[in-house]
Design a protein around this ligand. Structure first.
Ligand code: PBG
Ligand code: ZN
Length: 325
């Protein structure tokens, strides 16, 4: 391959030609839209640090669900903000809890929409950690597994299509798989937050989900962002325990991890383009510093190019509209 016999610019000369050799195509079918469901009635509360994102009460879900259907976005990822929080997060597995009601409502409004539920304790605990605490304020792994299994089973009973544990306890995929199998839900898939890093980019989400830890941080359960090989151990364990889809999170700062996880395991792989990644784009765009459409589509395309089969993103509605042209 030598110049001048090879000239790579030959295939870049027109838009049509560029499309013919384009390697990565983003479509609305790639997206999973995170949805925050809040206790109460007639609520559509804007999230300050995430322009365009709202907390909806169950009775106001028609608007986002209709948009998703129109834009052919196949799936939602549900987060609940309950009325009451306590030390064990007991409202996480109530039959008439906020997420359980939302599952039934969305399946009624739009049966074809895939309803995935985030399974974690931090939205339901008064201390904001992702599990039960011991007397020293440490998250206790094995007790938390029971709580997560109960939560996942209650989502299954409410009619969700998939559960997504995001807590990062050891053994939770296996515990949830066992509870689902014993409860008669052997066919319900698990999308595991397998390589979930302890990240500063979750800040805006914690406003949206009202789930910030009241003390300390999540570094004893979420991964250290400096580690690559450890992510392969996390993913291997989750797959062994029964994960059907694995998530790498965040996305843009961890593109190398997405690529390596995809190449190593060849499993359906999702990337979570997280709240802070969304907020950065929105902030720069609102200042006129970036072209929001071009920058967002470039980043989402890079996540897919890195190996993600699915992208969980708050920009799903906007991106789907832009892609429609
Ligand atoms: C709950 C959870 C978090 C996110 C998804 N599920 C926050 C956290 O772990 O603190 C982050 C999502 C985002 O930032 O968009 N465990
Ligand atoms: Zn959590």
């Amino acid at each position: 391959m030598a110049f001048p016999s090879q000239r790579l610019r030959r295939l870049r000369s027109t838009p049509t030609l560029r499309n013919m050799v384009r390697e990565t195509w983003l479509t609305s079918n790639d997206f999973i839209y995170p949805l925050f469901v809040v206790y109460g009635e007639n609520k559509r509360i804007p999230v300050a640090s995430m322009p365009g994102v709202f907390q909806y009460s169950v009775d106001r879900l028609l608007e986002p669900v209709q948009q998703l259907a129109e834009l052919e976005i196949p799936a939602v990822l549900l987060f609940g903000i309950p009325e009451v929080k306590d030390a064990l997060g007991t409202s996480a597995w109530q039959n008439d809890g906020v997420v359980q009601q939302a599952i039934r409502e969305i399946k009624k409004l739009s049966p074809q929409t895939i309803v995935i539920t985030d399974v974690c304790m931090c939205e339901y605990t008064d201390h904001g950690h992702c599990g039960a605490l011991d007397e020293n304020g440490q998250v206790v792994n094995d007790i938390t597994l029971d709580l997560l299994a109960r939560e996942a089973l209650s989502h299954a009973k409410a009619g969700c299509d998939m559960v997504a544990p995001s807590d990062m306890m050891d053994g939770r995929v296996g515990a949830i798989r066992k509870a689902l199998d014993e409860g008669g839900y052997a066919h319900l898939p698990i999308m595991a937050y397998a390589a979930k890093y302890s990240s500063a980019l979750y800040g805006p989400f914690r406003d949206a989900a009202e789930s910030a830890p009241q003390f300390g941080d999540r570094k004893t359960y979420q991964m250290d962002g400096a580690n690559r090989l450890e992510s392969l151990r996390e993913v291997a364990l989750d797959i062994e325990e029964g994960a059907d889809i694995v998530i790498v999170k965040p996305a843009l700062a961890y593109l190398d991890i997405i690529r390596e996880v995809k190449d190593t395991f060849k499993y359906p792989t999702a990337a979570y383009h997280v709240s802070g990644e969304y907020a950065m784009l929105k902030a720069a765009a609102s200042n006129g510093w970036l072209d929001e459409e071009k920058a967002t589509l470039e980043i989402l395309t890079s996540i897919k190019r890195a190996g993600a089969d699915m992208i969980i993103t708050y920009a799903a509605l906007d991106a789907a509209r832009w892609l429609k042209g």
